[in-house]
Design a protein around this ligand. Structure first.
Ligand SMILES: Cc1cc2nc3c(=O)[nH]c(=O)nc-3n(C[C@H](O)[C@H](O)[C@H](O)COP(=O)(O)OP(=O)(O)OC[C@H]3O[C@@H](n4cnc5c(N)ncnc54)[C@H](O)[C@@H]3O)c2cc1C
Ligand SMILES: *[C@@H]1O[C@H](CO)[C@@H](O)[C@H](O)[C@H]1NC(C)=O
Ligand SMILES: *[C@@H]1O[C@H](CO)[C@@H](O)[C@H](O)[C@H]1NC(C)=O
Ligand SMILES: *[C@@H]1O[C@H](CO)[C@@H](O)[C@H](O)[C@H]1NC(C)=O
Ligand SMILES: *[C@@H]1O[C@H](CO)[C@@H](O)[C@H](O)[C@H]1NC(C)=O
Length: 539
């Protein structure tokens, strides 16, 4: 009896603390003063105090300039402004014009940014590698774009078990640095993609069959909350926030540091490359793809994707095959691919970091871009049909300048799904017992804005038709992978009603004033697609 009341008391106390992560009477001005920002000394600031004003961003950017100086704040009249915006991967994001660009070099400057945004109501976006494709994801029209580029530290722990990577880093430099110690981390397959976006949305790596996704290999996140607090979320501390950050995107805080569990990679050596096949071999390619997904448990070192495309009118299937140690072609798992005659083959032993540079070179900057995605249960008939649908639909964009549509297949394998459960699980809503799955997405680039609608029409028609086929065969799955989703999609909803509600309640606890929902409006929010109710959504 006594024990029970004691337990009750503890539970109540915990609940109270939980509700009070940010007190109701939290004073933003005082929080700034506590961080050394003399609010009364900055023109326009003290009179604002949370009211919106058309001067909001002028005042906020000016305040940042006064506090941090012109090395850290760039406005529209400086040459560095255009250099910065042209550094986004897609033209859709490069064409967005922020009021100013802020480059924090400390976690405390990130806190000040959040608090200044709250005080002035000037909205912001944050950029890690800038590879999210659609406008507003990591750049904001008329607001403050926060570039994490100066937060670029890479620190390996003394026992080499953890690599602490700051939010502005990109995968190439991370892998090169860690290679010096024969270790690496679970991250992207393209060198210039940022650690921030990829990890917060999930993160599929060359090594995911053995270790799981990037988000399932983060020991802890150092995160600046809406109240400007810097806390470390792990399976042990703030476990609810830790769970939410494993796929919940930019809705919970600004992560300044990702502390990844390392894996060993002797000599940075692996194997991989592309085997390219003609249309006459497509049935065998579909078969080989489905077999590698189905056999994933038998050889977890292997991975693959297949890209379907048309090159100068010739239909091709480009199978990217990889193995997490040299001589992957000796593994039986790829046998079905090796019996198909290839028109070209670049598979070879490689350094991991060099491999990510090679894949980077196939993904040029400066074009309009869309990724649009869905998930189905593994089924080779459906895979066969899906590529036929794609090839039927792409003639509708044949006249679009610079167009390059590609249909991509990847497996969400059972070993990957099993790793999603480690350290308390993640919110993606995928379970190994329903798997494996195929992740199918269309990636397309083109040149001119005038063709946007035509391209959106085509990519959405392809996926709608595949979805309809999946439904009629009982192979539909709701999951939408955030990192491949278009602005017409709503990944958080796709995680399932329970997980979406849980994510909202965690956001409510750490961000009761909805700072990351309203003052950081870009990318995938908890309750909406970036472009809601579009005819191009798959609903
Ligand atoms: C060429 C290319 C290759 C790719 N390869 C892979 C791959 O191998 N595996 C895979 O899984 N995905 C891959 N992707 C998809 C990729 O994961 C997403 O595009 C991802 O959003 C890119 O992250 P980023 O940091 O570069 O993007 P950004 O545009 O900088 O950020 C994306 C979103 O995350 C938010 N964000 C970034 N950092 C933080 C932070 N520290 N705190 C809070 N919010 C933050 C941003 O505000 C933005 O909303 C690839 C994409 C491209 C274009
Ligand atoms: C908030 O803090 C500032 C600075 O200390 C103070 O001037 C102001 O009165 C406080 N506001 C409220 C509502 O307490
Ligand atoms: C803050 O700025 C005001 C106005 O410039 C000044 O009077 C005051 O002394 C400053 N306070 C601190 C703590 O520096
Ligand atoms: C832009 O920044 C430059 C350099 O710091 C400064 O001289 C200029 O006054 C600023 N312009 C505006 C409009 O803020
Ligand atoms: C694997 O590839 C190497 C060349 O990269 C080649 O010498 C070897 O014969 C291949 N092995 C098999 C089993 O195909």
């Amino acid at each position: 009896m006594q024990l029970r009341s004691c337990f009750l008391f503890v539970a109540l106390a915990l609940r109270v603390t939980a509700q009070n992560f940010e007190p109701d009477d939290f004073n933003v001005t005082q929080a700034l003063v506590d961080r050394g920002v003399n609010v009364t000394a900055i023109p326009g600031l003290s009179s604002l105090a949370g009211q919106s004003s058309n001067q909001a961003c002028s005042i906020a950017c000016n305040a940042l300039q006064i506090v941090y100086g012109s090395n850290y704040v760039i406005n529209q009249s400086q040459a560095a402004y255009d250099t910065f915006t042209s550094g986004y991967w897609s033209l859709n994001q490069a064409n967005v014009n922020p009021y100013c660009i802020f480059k924090p070099s400390t976690a405390s400057a990130v806190s000040v940014l959040v608090l200044l945004s709250r005080l002035t109501q000037c909205p912001f976006a944050v950029k890690s590698g800038g590879h999210a494709a659609f406008a507003g994801a990591s750049n904001i029209e008329g607001g403050i774009t926060v570039s994490f580029e100066l937060l670029n530290g890479i620190t390996l722990s003394a026992n080499q078990k953890t690599a602490s990577v700051q939010a502005g880093q990109r995968w190439g430099p991370v892998y090169r640095e860690l290679a010096k110690s024969d270790v690496t981390v679970i991250g992207g397959r393209v060198s210039e993609v940022g650690v921030g976006g990829l990890t917060l949305g999930g993160g599929i790596s060359f090594f995911s069959n053995r270790y799981g996704w990037a988000c399932d290999n983060v020991d802890s996140y150092d995160v600046v909350t809406a109240s400007g607090a810097l806390i470390t979320a792990s399976a042990k501390d703030y476990p609810d926030l830790y769970w939410a950050l494993r796929g919940g995107g930019n809705n919970f805080g600004l992560v300044v540091n990702f502390n990844y569990a390392t894996i060993s990679l002797e000599g940075n050596n692996m194997w991989g490359g592309t085997r390219t096949f003609l249309e006459s071999s497509f049935p065998q390619v579909v078969n080989a793809f489905s077999k590698v997904v189905a056999d994933a448990e038998q050889d977890k070192r292997a991975g693959q994707w297949v890209a379907w495309l048309s090159y100068g009118g010739t239909k091709l299937a480009a199978a990217e095959l990889w193995y997490d140690r040299p001589d992957g072609n000796k593994s039986n798992i790829f046998n079905n691919y090796y019996t198909i005659p290839a028109v070209s083959d670049t598979t070879q032993n490689r350094k991991f970091y060099g491999y990510t540079d090679d894949v980077q070179s196939n993904n040029p900057y400066g074009l309009r871009e869309i990724y649009h995605a869905l998930t189905v249960k593994a089924d080779s008939d459906l895979a066969s049909l899906a590529k036929d649908i794609f090839f039927e639909e792409i003639p509708s964009v044949a006249n679009v300048a610079g167009v390059n549509p590609v249909l991509l297949y990847q497996g969400i394998t059972v070993p990957q799904l099993q790793k999603m459960k480690q350290n308390g699980g993640n919110p993606l809503g995928l379970s190994a017992s329903d798997g494996p799955f195929y992740l199918i997405h269309v990636a397309c680039w083109w040149q001119n804005e005038a063709d946007d609608a035509k391209v959106y029409q085509m990519v959405s028609r392809v996926l709608k038709r595949i979805k309809t086929e999946a439904e009629s065969r009982g192979k539909q799955n709701d999951y939408i992978y955030m990192n491949y989703a278009s602005m017409f999609q709503h990944p958080i909803e796709s995680y399932g009603a329970t997980n979406q509600a849980q994510l909202k309640s965690i956001a409510n606890k750490y961000d009761p004033k909805k700072v990351f929902q309203t003052l950081q409006p870009g990318h995938f929010k908890l309750d909406r697609a970036p472009v809601p109710n579009s005819e191009f959504s798959l609903e």
